[in-house]
Design a protein around this ligand. Structure first.
Ligand code: SAM
Ligand code: SF4
Length: 476
């Protein structure tokens, strides 16, 4: 065989070689079907997964698929989550429903990727009971989709490619953005924190930061394409830069991003309280482009439980941080994640969580029932909280969180604030829907041509967790 036909060894050249090759197979499939082959990616879980799905779709479009609904698709990919057990249950349910569909459509392919595929038990179950799945890959080799599809087209059998970990970051592959005016940008991958309840470090691997030049050049390109808002993504953005050859902190990276012309709003998630530096708070206070919102997961209000969770901060430390943030950025919107029913949580511990919620007064909070994840230290703790007790606490917490969020949301009534217009309202086409800097939703009458623009809107009526408003005309 001539060496010219061998795939290149280095990335991204290797993937461009397979993208070319896959295009031929997809064209042949199109000829057999008498139409362009269609693909659908369903994303479960967090923004990291949404971002990965954009990369997968970019490759699929490049090789000749067109995006469609799941019902119409010749290739269905589930990009899975496994943070809580119910995420896994949902995937098995959806997969079961696809089996008869695939039986009727012999050309159809089903792919599974993402966090759930990094679990050995899951892959074994799929191998045993879901033989109709064509492609299984994990979180570390998402960039290899074209290569894996070529393998599937050439072998006809189930293709499984799971890596335990990687130190590789492959840049410059195609991606298909969901919105033309806003985009997520990965700044780091993986997590080193090993909170005792959490499966993420096991399925997303060790923390690794992207080089700042790669991040900055991606954002400059996005800005030149009309993106005005970016969301920097990482499991713990505050530890950005560790392990890189250059001296850089997350705060310094933010300053460099804020200097890019065209970018008007910068968001980021998630911030771990243990690494939130004074330098970062200063930059957030100083840089107008950084949104007036911080998602700062507390997880629990009892220092005893926080220690068992391996969160490396205490209740007092967290509250001091909140005080500092509010002093420097007085009207900042704070949101959080809270887990109820962590092993060993007593009524007293839970009351401390409620007290923290009342003291901080979050603008909103994601509340979760603790879910046992295999191989995490918390799963083998002997003092698991009975389900009925956890559920009863969860309901009390949710009520408190919602009452406070409702009160907090109202504080903007009558103000004129900038809204980034995102879409035509899904219920009333006369209305547009957009977001404030603090992430609150606003609906107001307006025409489609405003999508992607930042416009001043008077917030006339608070409807609980969102606003109805009117756009101000020039000179008003
Ligand atoms: N890296 C982020 C951080 O530390 O805040 C969070 C990532 S995780 C995908 C999102 C949230 O899921 C966590 O903040 C936590 O509240 C929740 N979570 C993680 N593991 C969980 C579990 N086993 N049971 C219930 N909730 C869990
Ligand atoms: Fe999970 Fe903790 Fe890492 Fe967040 S910081 S991803 S909760 S281990």
């Amino acid at each position: 065989m001539s060496t010219l036909q061998m795939p290149p060894v280095n990335e991204p050249d290797r993937q461009y070689y397979f993208i070319d090759k896959a295009r031929t197979y997809v064209r042949q499939l199109g000829e057999a079907l008498g139409r362009t082959p269609r693909a659908c990616i369903t994303t479960f879980g967090c923004q990291m997964n949404s971002k990965d799905s954009e990369k997968l779709l970019g490759v699929l479009e490049e090789i000749g698929y067109e995006e469609s609904s799941e019902e119409m698709a010749d290739l269905v990919i589930f990009n899975t989550c496994t943070v809580r057990e119910n995420a896994n249950t949902r995937v098995y349910g959806r997969l079961g429903r696809l089996k008869p569909v695939k039986k009727k459509n012999p050309h159809m392919m089903i792919g599974l990727c993402g966090c759930m595929m990094q679990e050995e038990l899951v892959v074994n179950k799929l191998k045993d009971s879901y033989r109709f799945v064509d492609l299984i890959f994990g979180t570390h080799n998402v960039y290899k989709l074209a290569e894996l599809l070529v393998m599937r087209f050439e072998s006809k059998g189930m293709i499984i490619d799971i890596w335990e970990d990687t130190d590789k970051i492959v840049e410059d592959l195609p991606t298909e953005r969901k919105y033309p005016f806003k985009s997520g940008v990965n700044i780091m991958f993986g997590c080193n924190n090993f909170c005792t309840y959490c499966i993420v470090p096991y399925v997303r691997g060790r923390e690794r930061s992207r080089r700042p030049e790669a991040i900055l050049s991606e954002i400059k390109r996005l800005a030149s394409e009309g993106v005005v808002e970016i969301m920097l993504l990482g499991q713990n953005v505050n530890s950005y830069g560790r392990g890189l050859p250059e001296e850089i902190t997350f705060a310094k990276l933010l300053e460099q991003i804020a200097a890019i012309p065209g970018i008007q709003r910068i968001r980021f998630m998630t911030s771990h309280p243990k690494d939130l530096s004074d330098e970062l708070i200063e930059v957030m206070a100083r840089e107008e482009k950084i949104c007036n919102h911080l998602h700062l997961p507390v997880q629990a209000g009892s220092s005893r439980v926080l220690k068992k969770m391996n969160r490396i901060y205490t209740k007092e430390g967290y509250l001091t941080l909140v005080k500092k943030l509010r002093e420097k950025i007085p009207d900042i919107s704070l949101t959080t994640d809270i887990i109820v029913g962590f092993p060993g949580e007593t009524e007293e511990d839970f009351l401390e969580t409620l007290a923290v919620v009342k003291e901080v007064r979050y603008d909103s909070a994601f509340t979760f029932l603790y879910s046992k994840r295999s191989n995490t230290p918390a799963a083998t703790m002997t003092d698991q909280v009975p389900e009925d007790i956890a559920k009863e606490r969860f309901d009390r917490l949710l009520k408190e969180v919602q009452e406070i969020a409702h009160e907090r949301t109202q504080r903007f009534t009558g103000q004129v604030l900038d809204v980034l217009v995102e879409e035509v309202n899904q219920h009333d086409p006369q209305y547009l829907t957009g977001r404030l800097s603090n992430n609150l939703l606003v609906h107001f009458p307006g025409s489609e041509d405003l999508i992607g623009q930042i416009v001043p809107v008077k917030l006339s009526e608070c409807k609980g967790f969102y606003y109805l408003g009117e756009k101000l005309e020039q000179g008003e």
